[in-house]
Ligand binder design. Structure first.
Ligand SMILES: Nc1nc2c(ncn2[C@@H]2O[C@H](COP(=O)(O)OP(=O)(O)OP(=O)(O)O)[C@@H](O)[C@H]2O)c(=O)[nH]1
Ligand SMILES: [Mg+2]
Length: 459
């Protein structure tokens, strides 16, 4: 870790492009003296108080390239926990590049993705769940997801994991104390209380794991795939749902070859619609590719709309609906009766118990029923968001929590079977270890690299 301590890193914290201002971040023990070597103002940055802003000129050699402000944060009261200077300059791609180049010449190293946040973690400013939430807030596709990430940065998940960990540490301490006095037959821990603690901990894991699916919706949006036989009106429905003419519509079956995606927002959550190629037996190479793509997309979707052309028959697409329900049982699958403007749908659906329960009738062409379909999707999306408040579970957390749950199951079983404390303690200790992996009390360089490589430069 010593390499980190002496290395001063710098990177633009704002994207390049046309903007009023840009910010370049510099962090490390000698950050101030390095910036001072390029900065001329009324005072030296190295002698400025923490949390003050200096105004001056930035020089590359003898050439003044911009007037800048420098915000000073002294260790440990900064984002990274090190000395941090944030240089505010004019926007555009030229100035900030020149400044970064000058800083590198003066002794900085260009920061890797997420390196500022990685330092914040290594210096104890954030735990891993908070660091991950920083990436989530930057990449948030929706207001709801961003708000949950903000609460996780504030420590929502940290506090709960810490509580769980301290409960389990208590159990472990008692089990181990009892072991020390095993020959004296002293009981430190009431078995039923221990079972109670272990069961509570196990329930916390189960409840939190249930949030995983919803967290993906908050993080990336609700994925809605539109599928069906050729000519069912999928592209027309796609255009109606997104409210613009995006996909080509025609009466020639097999019009959509590729897939098209478009994002809208309902109630603060992103909804990503995918229009796909009609599914049928085909000899056409391009169409076959489109159908394969459609299948790959359907696998990722939370909701699948199976579009049926009622003018053919209300049951026409049932074989496809049944097949898709079987293949993608984890998704919400809705049978959409389309083209009700061109058929007397109310008489067709009478006495038809073959039709699925989740069904909605629309005319993608006239717009009838589209508001109801949007409402249905909004309800599914907000149901996911509503179950959340401060945890945005990701795959890494879920896999560790799953391990915690399994260890606790074992501990509960061995307790119930009145096995020796040693066996119980073994599992409880392993559960504590896994919890430490979630927050970062236990970490390895490899884990950190995996986490921080998805960050952007400058964060
Ligand atoms: N009357 C009526 N016609 C519709 C409706 N929706 C779509 N159509 C027509 O049905 C035909 C096929 O529409 P598309 O949206 O291209 O169908 P698709 O399912 O995307 O077709 P492929 O991409 O070829 O699989 C077009 O002539 C549309 O105008 C509807 O609600 N009512
Ligand atoms: Mg189409």
């Amino acid at each position: 870790m010593s390499e980190f301590i002496h290395d001063v890193i710098c990177a633009p914290a704002t994207p390049s492009g046309l903007s009023g201002l840009a910010v370049i971040r510099v962090s490390g023990r000698d950050a101030f003296s390095i910036v001072d070597s390029c900065f001329r103002g009324k005072a030296k940055i190295a002698s400025a108080d923490s949390h003050t802003i200096l105004y001056g000129k930035f020089f590359v050699g003898d050439t003044m390239i911009d007037t800048v402000t420098v915000s000073v944060f002294r260790a440990p009261n900064s984002y990274t926990g090190e000395n941090v200077a944030e240089i505010g300059c004019h926007g555009g791609s030229v100035i900030s590049d020149l400044i970064v180049q000058a800083l590198i010449t003066a002794g900085c190293r260009f920061a890797g993705p997420g390196e500022f946040t990685k330092r914040a973690f290594l210096n104890g400013k954030l735990d891993l769940t908070q660091a991950e939430a920083v990436a989530d807030i930057i990449h948030a596709s929706s207001r709801a997801g961003s708000l949950v990430a903000a609460r996780q940065i504030a420590g929502g998940f940290t506090v709960r994991v810490a509580k769980l960990r301290s409960d389990l540490l208590d159990v472990c301490a008692l089990l181990e104390a009892e072991l020390d006095f095993a020959h004296e037959d002293i009981e430190f821990i009431d078995k039923s209380r221990m079972l109670h603690l272990l069961t509570d901990a196990r329930n916390f894991c189960t409840e939190t794991l249930e949030l995983h699916h919803s967290a993906n919706i908050l993080r990336d949006g609700l994925y809605v795939g539109i599928a069906g036989y050729p000519n069912a009106g999928k592209s027309t429905l796609f255009n109606a749902l997104i409210g613009k003419h995006r996909a080509i519509v025609s009466d020639i079956p097999g019009t959509t070859r590729d897939y098209i995606e478009e994002t809208t927002h309902i109630g603060g959550i992103a909804i990503k619609y995918f229009d796909t190629a009609g599914i049928r037996e085909s000899d056409d190479i391009i169409e076959i590719e489109g159908i394969k793509l459609a299948e790959a997309i359907m696998r990722q979707c939370n909701v699948l709309l199976i579009v049926n052309d009622v003018t053919v028959s209300p049951e026409y697409s049932l074989p496809l609906f049944n097949k898709i329900s079987e293949m993608y049982s984890g998704s919400e699958i809705i049978y959409v009766q389309n083209k009700i403007d061109a058929a007397d749908y109310s008489s067709l659906k009478e006495n038809n118990d073959l039709l699925p329960e989740k069904i909605i009738a629309v005319s993608a062409r006239s717009g009838e029923g589209i508001a109801e379909l949007r409402k249905l999707l909004a309800d599914i999306a907000s149901d996911a968001a509503g179950r959340f408040n401060d945890i945005l579970l990701n795959r890494r957390h879920a896999s560790h929590l799953q391990n915690v749950a399994e260890r606790l199951d074992n501990a509960i079983r061995t307790t119930e079977e009145n096995m020796s404390n040693e066996f119980i303690a073994l599992d409880v200790r392993a559960a504590i270890y896994e919890l430490g992996m979630i927050t970062g009390q236990v970490w390895s360089e490899e884990i950190l690299n995996q986490i921080f490589e998805r960050f952007c430069i400058g964060k």
